[in-house]
Ligand binder design. Structure first.
Ligand code: ADP
Ligand code: ZN
Length: 527
């Protein structure tokens, strides 16, 4: 049946009610929609789950012509298209993984004005064939989804996105709407420049997700901490455990299955059929855990993800916020737990230092990692701290992150810090935390004996404290940059500029008592 032009002439409210079945626009949607309706360029910054799609879907259905949606991921496009078709919207996608016949059909529909929305990958769009085809069509708008991919400074740079700067010349007068969940000021200005839309309306929604409960814990017993979090928070929903390596996803999924969970591993190296299977099961709504690398990401739109757990420190606050943003899309309270360790932090720094990336890019990555490290060790409200990374001020502490619930106390650790730093220095800056703690505690281990460490003056100077306590001190000295990894074998050394004033006694070192940890561990051992 030829339903064209079903929506043209309808108001955005009509479309919102009739097509999508929603009562009112949310947050900035209304402003975004009306700017596009007026033919203006817009940049929309909203957190994951904030409702970005409607900002272009509604005006595309109200304006004459087909709305072009540029999207980096095929799986994401397919999802959106399937969802729209169910609502009766004439949507289609065009990308390299379709067979020839399907591509032909889409192209015919396009030339006969039979489409409301066309999802397309940037590389496909920019072929001369497709451009010629599109030049003969009337475009209602051009939406650039995941627009942060255009920024070389961002955490998810895609070179194909660079070419999108030409859209303005190629399709003059067609309003463009760029959308992203990455909101740091640098990425924001990069998008405006790289897409050649300096005059665009910038609409920035609050990134505050009130239903997300932020928690970070030093890693003590990884699997126990994971199981504890899952049993408290997952309920009948889903959970995602982000792992640092492909191999880890497999071992974590296996451990969870052994504990009776339905659990799958997911990473980019899986055979396509297996990936598809995991995604299908995930979407089916059954209670399950996915142990995944960050490849499990865009397009994951399950509303009842109740917990997102990270086993290692993420590379940036932006990436982290996007990953935890996959929790609680249904608005119900959801839990996030970040497990981190001194070694993990030192290793992340070390690899960045060694990376071959161009100097400027490397500095940007280092800056993001350092912000992420500060986030883990902060004694203040975590929600406030992460929103501050996006330039957003939350005037009151959130009241429900771990630091708000159990404010960590701090203590004067100057002497302890000096003991650790001296031990590192005297043992030759080549041992990891485990051996350093053995020396501090005066324990005769095989390595202590072999390297004759028991003859050193530092042997046993830390007998009065537990291993866990020393681990906490070492971790925080790493986080502050007084200790770093000296090579890829995990040995720790002094970072002179920060370590020297501590050793000299020029500064007071105040560290956080891991109160939240003590609390969580006490609670889990009694329950
Ligand atoms: P984003 O792309 O920003 O991550 P989506 O566009 O996928 O977010 O929207 C997230 C969820 O919110 C979807 O399930 C969507 O149907 C719902 N949603 C969006 N706008 C509204 C609205 N105005 N009223 C009710 N639900 C909405
Ligand atoms: Zn808080």
């Amino acid at each position: 049946i030829d339903r064209f032009p079903r929506h043209v002439g309808d108001t955005p409210e009509d479309v919102l009610h009739r097509v999508f079945g929603f009562q009112t626009f949310r947050g900035l949607q209304e402003d975004a929609v009306s700017a596009v309706m007026n033919g203006e360029d817009v940049l929309v910054l909203m957190p994951t789950g904030g409702g970005k799609s409607l900002c272009y879907q509604v005006p595309a259905l109200c304006r004459k012509g087909v709305g072009l949606v540029i999207s980096p991921l095929i799986a994401l496009m397919e999802d959106q298209v399937a969802g729209l078709r169910q609502l009766g919207v004439r949507a289609a996608s065009l990308h390299s993984e379709m067979d020839y016949q399907d591509q032909q059909t889409v192209q015919e529909d396009l030339t006969c004005d039979q489409l409301d929305l066309l999802y397309i990958s940037p590389e496909r769009l920019l072929t001369s064939y497709t451009l010629n085809l599109l030049k003969r069509c009337r475009l209602s708008l051009i939406a650039i989804d995941e627009a942060h991919c255009v920024s070389a400074w961002g955490h998810d740079f895609r070179p194909e996105y660079r070419e999108l700067a030409n859209l303005k010349q190629l399709f003059p007068g067609v309003p463009r709407i760029a959308l992203t969940a990455t909101a740091d000021p640098r990425t924001r200005s990069d998008i405006l420049t790289a897409l050649d839309m300096p005059q665009a309306h910038v609409l920035m929604g609050s990134f505050h997700r009130k239903n997300l409960f932020l928690q970070a814990q030093p890693k003590l017993s990884e699997i126990r901490q994971v199981l504890d979090a899952l049993s408290r928070h997952m309920g009948q929903g889903a959970a995602i455990v982000y792992c640092g390596s492909r191999k880890k996803t497999e071992t974590m999924a296996r451990q969870l299955r052994e504990k009776g969970y339905t659990a799958f591993a997911f990473h980019a190296g899986l055979p396509p059929a297996e990936k598809k299977n995991v995604l299908l099961r995930f979407r089916s709504g059954e209670p399950m855990v996915v142990a995944a690398t960050i490849a499990f990401g865009m397009g994951i739109d399950r509303p009842d993800v109740r917990a997102v757990i990270h086993l290692d420190i993420p590379a940036s606050p932006e990436g982290y916020y996007q990953q935890i943003g996959r929790a609680g899309r249904d608005g119900e309270s959801s839990h996030t737990l970040l497990l981190y360790s001194g070694e993990g932090v030192a290793r992340a720094r070390y690899w960045l230092e060694e990376s071959q990336a161009p100097e400027g890019e490397k500095r940007a990555m280092q800056g993001r990692l350092e912000s992420m490290i500060s986030l883990t060790e902060t004694t203040g409200c975590r929600t406030q701290a992460i929103l501050a990374c996006f330039g957003e001020t939350l005037h009151e502490p959130c009241g429900h992150c771990d630091n708000c619930l159990h404010p960590p106390s701090t203590f004067d650790a100057t002497e302890a810090a000096q003991k650790v730093l001296s031990t590192i220095y005297r043992t030759g800056e080549r041992f990891g935390a485990l051996q350093l703690i053995a020396v501090l505690k005066g324990k005769m281990t095989e390595a202590v004996e072999r390297h004759a460490l028991h003859h050193l003056s530092v042997f046993g100077i830390g007998k009065d404290k537990t291993d866990t306590w020393w681990r906490m001190v070492i971790r925080q000295l790493i986080a502050r940059g007084a200790i770093g990894m000296t090579g890829d074998h995990g040995g720790l050394g002094l970072r002179r500029d920060t370590a020297r004033p501590i050793l000299r006694g020029d500064i007071v070192v105040s560290l956080r008592e891991d109160a939240s940890l003590r609390h969580a561990m006490a609670a889990s051992s009694t329950s």
